[in-house]
Design a protein around this ligand. Sequence first.
Ligand code: PHE
Length: 332
Amino acid sequence: MTPDLDQHLADAATAIAAAADLDALRIVDAELLGKQSVVTTARKALGAMDVEERKVAGRLLNEVRAGIQEQLEARRTELESAARSEQLESERLDLTELDRGRRLGHRHVVTRTWERLEDLFVGMGYTVSEGPEIEDEWHNFGALNFPPDHPARDMYDTLYVDHGEPGSTLLRTHTSPVQIRVMEAGGPPIYSIMPGRVFRSDTADSTHMPVFHQLEGLVVDRGITFGDLAGTLEAFTRAYFGGDFTSRLRPSYFPFTEPSAEFDIRRPDGTWLELGGCGMVHPNVLEACGLDPEEWSGFAFGFGLDRLALMRHGIDDLRELFRNDQRFLEQF
Ligand code: PHE
């Protein structure tokens, strides 16, 4: 009986090691220790033995049984821990992976144009100033040398706000009133840009919107000349658009600058694009802000920011910038 049991123990060890998972191990367990098993069958045979024989065989059987149980237990522990780590792995949630799949939005193309322009002028030593979108008549027109009832006011299709005296409160038609506010707030030297939203009662079409954005520039210092204005706009043109762009000034009229000019840029293909207005700050404007025109001089410019965004990205309809169609906005 002994060699048989030794052999059985060895076979059992092989079968236990071969059990690939807990289900397989349960079957092996039943085969080795269940009702039909060698051990159980041998135990039943003990009853037919005499006392001494039974003692020896019984002890031996117990050892074999314990040996098998021990091996089953060890294998079970091994398989259980493997199953646990497999489950952990399959249920693992990697939140960074989820995040990677999600599409984040980005800033609007006009906002990014605005920020690029700010960066560029800040790099040239300018500060950034802001003013209110709802203005009074004085800042939007009066202080900018528009005489009352002057036809130049008709250049701007003004949207008036029902507040105070009729005609006294309006949605600013340009960013030039911020020039006045900057000069009122502190004396020269002033090197500042004033980006912002402006309003005119225009009908929306591919090149006009009742709401759009401008960027104003104001420099006031001693000995500022028209040459400084032209040089600044040329430096800006090359820095913003690239070295193959250039600028020109054409005579024009604004009540708040004298002389005044239109500011155009030339694209590499030789075509010109009108960008905005500019000129030397009118002495009346300096005086309205308490500055002595004999001591100080300056230049100002203002141009449409949306148009820059259109040009830069090859967009052909201004209205697209304000429609908030995600399919459009995602492209930029
Ligand atoms: N404010 C003018 C406009 O909106 C532009 C401008 C700004 C012209 C500064 C001259 C100087 O048309």
